[in-house]
Design a protein around this ligand. Sequence first.
Ligand code: GLC
Length: 446
Amino acid sequence: MMKKISALLLIAACAWGCSKDQGDKPGTAATTTTTGEGTPPEQPKAGATIAISCGAVGQELELCKAAAEEWATKTGNKVNVISTPNSATDRLALYQQILGAGASDIDVFQIDVIWPGILGNHFIDLKAHSKGVEASHFEAIIQNNTVAGKLVAMPWFTDGGLLYYRKDLLEKHGAQPPTTWTELTETAKKIQDAERAAGNDKMWGFVWQGKAYEGLTCNAIEWVTSFGGGTIVDAAGKVTINNPQAVAALQTAAGWIGTITPDGVLNYAEEEARGVFQSGNAVFMRNWPYAWAMAQADENLKDKVGVVALPKGGADGRHAAALGGWQLAVSKYSKHPEIAADLVMHLTSKEVQKQRAIQGSYNPTIAELYKDQDVLTATPFFGQLYDTFVNAVPRPSTATGSKYNQVSNEFWNAVYATLSGKTPADKSLQELQQKLDDMSRGGTSW
Ligand code: GLC
């Protein structure tokens, strides 16, 4: 079983977004040997090799490697950085296989903000290693990462959905950044049509994440919440998704496809949307903060991009950013849990978070860094949109606990069916309500 997991890791790391670096050296991933389950962990000492799974969206992998190497040099240990699938959905499936088998191949896991309830049992309590430093991180994230009294992960960066726009194009066409979805739709269409008439037939109005995966749940919860349609399941566990505002939200989004949004969006995750926007072929893009540093580093787009809160659903609606973000957790199957925890404390420290904020526009989880002048100069919207970040809308992972992934899966499938023209929004949400009620005995037993 253990051998199988190691092989799986190697294949998975490369099939789902291996860096060139790793592709050239396949032996670098998961080279640690495994011991039987139940082997007592070693006491901390230098000279260990710690394997860490890092994301590879934007500059994630590069920044993770740099900071992990810095720690390795300082402590006399080695690190083995393993890139994992870009899609949160694929990454969860991989983690579940590795952790479910009790494999020690990965010591440190980069986990999504929605996973503590799903994976928390497999991680050690970091409180014994944190020396209370968690008090400087956002309280809500610490609470989110605390499962049955255990701090199962340290916050690394937080995320909120944002609207990116081409400042130069809006100025050229005399338009303002939109504050409602209706304004966005009109402005996108107007500029798209004018730019196409002027010769850029590849221009689109609005790109986002429409593939059937966790990212679609994030996009769609933003539409639904912005229309006042709730968060699928409320804090008490009641399924609320079948409501007229949610129907209107999905109808609005379905109306974009083929008009201001390419049909291909049904296959876009974050990086595909960014690819279209960064090659200059979209007026607006919904994405996470990391896309800012990427655009600023691109000669064609530098200083041409603006960032605002996502539009409201209408006069009674609100601006809604989905709450995202990633944490670092130590596997309880690790052979070096203390050393791995030391790496986690280094990577989540103020110094490393500051560096990542400046270089990669990854949002810190330490409030103080939002007042840091170097951070604000590199990424001004961290200050301007601070309220958007702290009021970001959580997905219902706390209310639905270990069933969250099933709930999200049903939700993105229902949304996808509407976006692709297969099922009208009202029918899709009616069926979804029924499925989620069945799954939870009417919202009483998650
Ligand atoms: C970002 C968010 C994460 C979310 C994912 C969906 O990585 O930080 O929370 O689940 O996008 O694609």
